[in-house]
Design a protein around this ligand. Structure first.
Ligand code: MEZ
Length: 539
């Protein structure tokens, strides 16, 4: 098969990009003022499209707004509505049940085990099929001499527009240096200088270089490390794959007491009883909010939010999603896939069809994305692809010009390969990009020890809400899954021995169905969704 790469009209635009390079070598576009940032967000960020969201009519967040796709699921019927289950027949009994086999779930399992708990991880797909695996650019931690957790704290709060839960941010930045040491001790191979010190670079919104990376597959390296470690304790940690939780179980004392699983192969249901239950189900990018393509793994359908909502857990910041500024816009086959922020961290600039800069390359993600959307949709300065999709250039060759030949190949091997498969050489030519749905900024409200308002229920990672406020900074999600995964595991490990479970019940599901009926909600939606429905939406 002959791979075509860029078309002649795209090549004409690339010539203008090349021509503007000398002038851009030492001059970056200025950052926007705080007032300009607010203005551009209000006008162009997808969170502000009024018809994309609606008010919830039932549940703890009644009256609050969330994207239509998530609202439909939160207001859906239980998958158990027409299933007869014998809750006296316990299929699996454990101290700590962890729902989700990504970074947060795996980190939680390791810590709970350290405290002597028997742990069961259940996961919808395979262990490690998770957004953790797909994060590329790095993990933040203030562990260099010119940096401090306080500095990190200020960046996180500024990036979140001062809306973050301060106690959660404190937990995040305080634990960060220890998390890096912990991961290294488990065998995680971060990039290092010849003298053995860790390489750190900038991300959007960071005032210090504190991004630790493993080339551009940092998440895969962290996930590999955590999964290997979990798998080395089979006597304490059991992993069941292809068996998503579809409803939480409670007991007659009002505690969360496990979950009902669905075996995706046999369609059997399993009753799992647990003294502590940790939701670590990740995000919901596969709901394709506002019609956006996404960077997420196939199972990212917000299942944990739905289950937690039904037992009365409050959600925080679920009216804000993260659109990563640089999703692939060409070729068609990979539209929406992540082009890591590390590309901009290494000095690549963002340019319009005329080869002009129009935004500082390391604004926070929400602002950077809004500026790209404005450039394409309002100013008409996008680069058109043969299928009619439009994007802007991310000038990757600038990296070798700034840091020396071979840097792109060395620092971004996954990116080089992702595009080379389709005849695009990002060492020589820029990358066409457009914002893509990347992250669920909010989720189930937690405390710093990962507990929720519902006894027995803990949450960690992307399924939780509060730490990032209205916008997360790059590298704080890999950090979040490790920090709060560990904290959730520790809390569960410290608590499970004190828990006396009562009789298992699904009375909350019956109450939920009554609430739907009382609110006059007529819907055919059953949730959690489990897998994206591409036949219905044609994506
Ligand atoms: O934190 C992230 O979302 C991340 C590391 C993504 C990236 O651009 O590489």
């Amino acid at each position: 098969m002959k791979l075509e790469g860029y078309t002649p009209s795209m090549r004409e635009s690339i010539e203008r990009v090349v021509a503007s390079r000398p002038a851009r070598l030492h001059v970056d576009y200025p950052m926007l003022s705080p007032a300009e940032k607010q203005e551009i967000l209000r006008k162009f960020h997808p969170d502000y499209i009024p018809e994309g969201m609606r008010e919830l009519r039932v549940g703890p967040n009644k009256g609050g707004r969330t994207p239509n796709e998530l609202a439909d699921l939160l207001e859906g019927h239980s998958r158990l509505s027409s299933v007869e289950l014998d809750l006296e027949k316990i299929d699996l009994d454990t101290d700590v049940l962890i729902i989700g086999g990504g970074g947060a779930g795996s980190a939680a399992a390791l810590l709970a085990r350290e405290y002597g708990a028997k742990v069961l991880i259940v996961t919808k797909l395979r262990h490690g099929d998770a957004n953790t695996m797909m994060a590329q650019g790095g993990i933040q931690a203030a562990d260099k001499e010119n940096d401090s957790p306080v500095q990190h704290y200020l960046d996180v709060i500024g990036g979140g527009h001062f809306t973050n839960d301060p106690d959660l941010v404190e937990a995040l930045v305080r634990d960060a240096p220890e998390v890096i040491l912990w991961l290294e001790s488990l065998g995680c191979m971060f990039d290092k200088h010849p003298d053995g010190t860790l390489v750190t670079i900038h991300g959007g919104g960071t005032s210090r270089k504190r991004m630790h990376s493993a080339r551009d597959y940092s998440g895969a390296e962290i996930m590999r490390t955590l999964r290997d470690e979990v798998r080395s304790y089979p006597e304490d940690i059991t992993v069941i794959e292809f068996a998503p939780a579809i409803e939480l179980l409670m007991d007659d004392k009002g505690q969360v007491a496990g979950a009902v699983l669905l075996n995706l192969e046999t369609e059997e249901h399993y009753v799992v009883r647990a003294k502590q239950t940790i939701i670590a189900t990740g995000g919901s990018g596969r709901l394709h909010y506002m019609g956006y393509a996404c960077t997420n793994h196939y199972g990212a359908t917000g299942d944990g939010l739905v289950m937690a909502y039904r037992v009365g857990a409050r959600l925080a910041f679920i009216d804000t999603m993260q659109y990563h500024p640089t999703g692939a816009a060409f070729p068609e086959q990979i539209i929406g896939l992540l082009v890591t922020e590390k590309v901009r961290g290494l000095g690549a600039q963002v340019l319009n069809v005329h080869g002009e800069q129009f935004v500082f390359p390391r604004e926070t993600r929400d602002v950077e994305s809004s500026a790209i959307i404005r450039e394409v949709k309002e100013r008409g300065n996008g680069v058109k692809t043969p299928s009619g999709f439009e994007g802007v250039w991310l000038d990757s060759p600038m990296i070798d010009i700034l840091h020396g030949p071979g840097t792109v190949e060395k620092e971004l091997p996954a990116m080089v390969r992702q595009f080379r498969r389709f005849g695009v050489d990002i060492v020589r030519d820029p990358i066409l990009v457009y914002p893509t749905l990347h992250y669920q900024n909010g989720g189930i409200a937690i405390r710093p020890d990962c507990t929720t308002d519902i006894p027995g229920l803990l949450v960690a990672g992307e399924a939780s809400g509060g730490v990032h406020g209205r916008n997360r900074l790059m590298g704080n999600s890999l950090l979040d899954v490790c920090v709060f995964g560990r904290r959730a595991g520790r809390t569960a490990g410290q608590r499970f021995r004190e828990v006396q479970l009562g009789k298992l019940t699904l009375a909350h599901v019956e109450a939920w169905e009554r609430e739907l009926a009382q609110a006059g909600i007529e819907t055919e939606v059953q949730s959690p969704l489990l897998l994206p429905d591409y036949t219905r939406h044609g994506r």
